[in-house]
Design a protein around this ligand. Structure first.
Ligand SMILES: Cc1cc2nc3c(=O)[nH]c(=O)nc-3n(C[C@H](O)[C@H](O)[C@H](O)COP(=O)(O)OP(=O)(O)OC[C@H]3O[C@@H](n4cnc5c(N)ncnc54)[C@H](O)[C@@H]3O)c2cc1C
Length: 248
């Protein structure tokens, strides 16, 4: 269970930062202008914020480390913080771009997270052996085997279907026995691993505390399912022969 604590902690770190973005930014804007645009975004933040507080608390009390989990969490968190800070500016329109508004600074802060302490691309390179040798699929097997509350069984079935797509994509890429093909698909496999593990963790947490994590699990699963489908379609439709098309 160590990886679960670690993964949650790192994911929450990024989400906490994101919430900070929104709170700081909100103090600087004309609220009426941003109200409609921010409605959906705020709901998302609210849900992930609940997860953040609980996740951090658990990790602080039980903190342990597993390097191969860091590879997954560091890259995924960095990319999520970029997406969320991008949206923070977008919510404010042109005002958000101006120096006077805190979100432009936070956007730049987020941007460096995917560069320093190992770029996202290097997190993918480091995680790839764990993807191909089954470290992450073993995690998923363990998470899949755990029982959940009846109200989350349908979510669990959808998450299992995601995991199956991830495993099939790994098998497909490995069967090609072509390193260039593996490189081409590596980022997508990496994101599939992150999506699948995080979805399972949120369902587990929702099962333990539906009020705190139920909405987060449902919202995240909708996103993760679409992402996994997208990557699966790309990989399963790709052949080694197509690699030449990606070269200058
Ligand atoms: C504000 C700031 C603070 C920093 N603080 C520190 C610090 O405290 N300590 C410290 O040691 N460093 C620090 N750095 C340096 C930082 O760690 C490096 O910038 C970072 O590791 C990227 O290295 P690079 O800039 O040489 O880019 P490069 O390594 O040249 O990478 C350029 C691009 O190529 C990609 N790339 C490189 N290799 C591969 C590969 N094998 N496969 C796929 N893609 C690849 C990278 O992902 C990146 O997109 C800091 C940088 C900044 C901007």
């Amino acid at each position: 269970m160590i990886f679960i604590r670690e993964f949650t902690d790192f994911f929450c770190e990024s989400i906490t930062h994101t919430i900070l973005l929104a709170i700081r930014s909100k103090t600087n804007i004309h609220k009426s202008k941003a109200k409609d645009k921010s409605a959906t975004f705020s709901t998302n933040l609210e849900n992930t914020g609940k997860q953040s507080v609980a996740g951090r608390g658990r990790s602080c009390s039980e903190g342990e480390t597993s390097p191969h989990h860091h590879k997954l969490t560091k890259g995924m968190n960095a990319e999520y913080s970029n997406i969320n800070s991008y949206d923070s500016i977008q919510v404010h329109g042109g005002s958000g771009y101006m120096l006077e508004y805190a979100c432009q600074r936070l956007y730049r802060d987020a941007r460096i997270t995917s560069i320093y302490e190992g770029t996202t691309q290097l997190q993918v390179v480091a995680a790839l052996p764990h993807i191909t040798t089954g470290t992450y699929t073993s995690m998923l097997d363990e998470l899949e085997a755990a029982a959940v509350a009846p109200e989350f069984e349908s979510l669990k079935a959808r998450a299992k279907a995601m995991d199956d797509k991830f495993k099939a994509a790994i098998d497909y890429v490995k069967a090609a026995e072509n390193n260039e093909f593996l490189d081409l698909c590596s980022r997508r496999l990496y994101e599939m691993a992150g999506n699948c593990v995080m979805a399972q963790l949120l369902i587990r947490d929702a099962s333990a505390n539906a009020e705190l994590f139920g909405k987060s699990a449902k919202v995240y699963l909708n996103l993760a399912e679409a992402e996994v489908m997208k990557h699966s379609n790309f990989i399963m439709g790709m052949t080694a022969e197509q690699i030449a098309d990606y070269k200058a």
